[in-house]
Design a protein around this ligand. Structure first.
Ligand code: SF4
Ligand code: ZN
Length: 320
């Protein structure tokens, strides 16, 4: 006999199972649960307090697509004074970036949200695959992360946004925290929080509205709201330590349901306030090359890309 699980809230046929809460939900109750949870996170951390223009970083992947949809619904209903806009960076990765861009543009069009597409190759003269010819070839995802973080902040600043929302989820944050606590990297641990308030006019306040939702919950939301799903995989992605750590954390979660939530909450409520009291905030200055905020003389983006851009420029000029 096949037993069909019932929704915890309405008693209808369940479509999804939320492991950490050990509850089955039907599609409609899941959507309500998800959107309520994001709303509560926004309010609990004052993420939209005083906000006028929120730039949403959209890559085309499930987390950012879910983020744009849910923020669109919540702001239209509860924060009508907030304008939403989206930023997509075309990373120039053949066989992958095309689909990421198409999905991002389609979702924005459907929601009536302006999409600022930044074409890395056209605007900066290089694409992420070009790092394969540099000493960063073994850490290409790290280089890609630096590029995205820097450009997202710069574009958000240039378009006059006062918040930058990213789709970081609970799995992402716990994976990073796990590594940082192992290494004892206290300066980096204090940066892992739901809101990073700006302390420089060119630094945009970053918010993570999905920080209490798991990767799986974001996937369920994309399915339930019938949003497009990215099928292409980045050809530069390798079996990274990050993926191995995520698998390990999933194994712990299986043995200790709720482990990820407990870890994150202990960090946020118990350790973070103590560490923040102990540590002095680093002094922010402006990069000697690009003028954007940094804690050293030259920002990490300029350090990473100056030589690459020069090399590619020289190659082009010797061709003609
Ligand atoms: Fe960038 Fe790595 Fe993601 Fe590919 S897998 S888009 S290189 S971070
Ligand atoms: Zn710089």
């Amino acid at each position: 006999m096949v037993v069909i699980a019932k929704c915890r809230f309405c008693g209808g046929s369940a479509a999804y199972y939320i492991e950490h809460a050990r509850m089955h939900l039907c599609e409609n109750c899941f959507i309500e649960y998800y959107e309520r949870k994001v709303y509560k996170t926004l309010v609990k951390h004052d993420m939209l307090k005083g906000a006028r223009k929120v730039a949403v970083a959209i890559s085309g992947g499930k987390d950012s697509v879910a983020l744009l949809e849910v923020l669109h619904r919540i702001t239209s209903e509860k924060f009508p004074e907030v304008e939403l806009t989206a930023i997509h960076i075309d990373l120039g990765i053949p066989g992958y970036s095309e689909e990421c861009r198409r999905i991002s543009e389609d979702v924005c069009r459907k929601l009536g949200i302006e999409c600022h597409v930044y074409d890395l190759r056209r605007e900066e003269g290089y694409g992420i695959p070009d790092f394969q010819t540099t000493p960063f070839k073994k850490r290409i995802c790290g280089a890609c992360g630096t590029v995205k973080r820097y450009l997202m902040n710069r574009i958000a600043y240039e378009i006059g946004a006062d918040r930058l929302a990213t789709g970081h989820n609970l799995d992402d944050v716990v994976e990073v925290l796990f590594e940082l606590y192992l290494k004892g990297s206290v300066e980096e641990i204090v940066r892992m929080k739901p809101v990073s308030w700006s302390n420089h006019p060119k630094l945009i306040t970053k918010i993570k509205p999905l920080i209490e939702l798991t990767e799986r919950e974001n996937m369920y939301y994309v399915l339930a709201r019938k949003l497009p799903i990215l099928s292409a995989q980045c050809p530069l992605a390798k079996e990274s330590r990050m993926l191995r750590r995520k698998r390990l954390i999933d194994m712990i979660e299986k043995e200790i349901p709720g482990f990820k939530h407990t870890f994150y909450k202990s960090h946020l409520k118990r350790l973070l306030p103590k560490l923040e009291k102990e540590l002095k905030e680093p002094e922010i200055r402006e990069c000697s090359q690009c003028g954007m905020p940094t804690i050293s003389k030259t920002c990490s983006y300029c350090k990473l890309t100056t030589k690459l851009k020069q090399k590619l420029l020289n190659q082009t000029s010797t061709k003609y």
